[in-house]
Design a protein around this ligand. Sequence first.
Ligand SMILES: [Zn+2]
Ligand SMILES: [Zn+2]
Length: 314
Amino acid sequence: MFIPEIKSKVNEDISILLKLDNHSHHYICECGDASELSVKDCQNAHAIFLSHTHIDHFINFDTILRHQIGIERKVIICGPKGIIQQVQSKIKGYHWNLIEKGSLTYEVREIIDKNTILIYELEPPTWEIKTIGKLAKNTLFENKKFQVNFTILDHKIPSIAYLFREFDTVKIDIEKSGFKGGKWVRDLKTAFENQAENTAIEVEEKTYLAKDLFYLLNIKKGNSLGIIMDHAANEANHQKIKNLFFECDKVFIECFYKAEDKELAVANFHSYSTQSGKIMKACKVKEAIPVHFSRKYKEEDIELLLNEFENAFF
Ligand SMILES: [Zn+2]
Ligand SMILES: [Zn+2]
């Protein structure tokens, strides 16, 4: 289960921290100037996902870097074409002669197109770009709990929208079995996952066929979470959003302008309240959360914007 936390106040730049239940690693989506992102949040982050590098999405990278120096492990940074040079340029703005190799490594995953991801590494003290390899697929990131897919939206520059998809898990009803837990539970789940129904499962000194115990298992569906940042509210972007986020459980979507300012939205390749609500409705998203509002808006403007979004979504 994804547990997202918005770390930016309403008048700050966007930053969302992603946690999962029973999982100690955290993930940062967007590096806007968010005052509620703590030192610990930065230090626990195992990957950072950036949609694009307009200043309101990238300014806080320096602070995250500041807190991550010394964690002595690798952190993955994902972003659009050019991200490797931009991350390196930020880092190279400082002197590193007192920092040793191994105090932090960044693995940068640069999204070139929908099926090409280039992988690099950066390490102190020189932070020279080392080419590691290439992923020829749309899965950008994967671990035991979830995977991340993406689509490249048009914001006059590429803006990556990310879909976090938790894997389904097999659960056992131990009470129903009348047995005590033990190694057999793992053996049974493995047999189920491999569809090996004739596997012998030993429970409390008796042997059963896996298929005779499958009734104790049930599949817990993984949930899905989308992060859709700056994009023009046009047909091509909306089609891509529909393709990736259809029936998604929860989506955070940019809602930079209210409807009255739609000309500004068009000029700046942004979305606005009614369009963001409408596309979330078309996607049949279960929960849609509008985020990332223009800083020129006062409290009452944002209230109006949120109402416009809700009316379009429901
Ligand atoms: Zn932008
Ligand atoms: Zn923005």
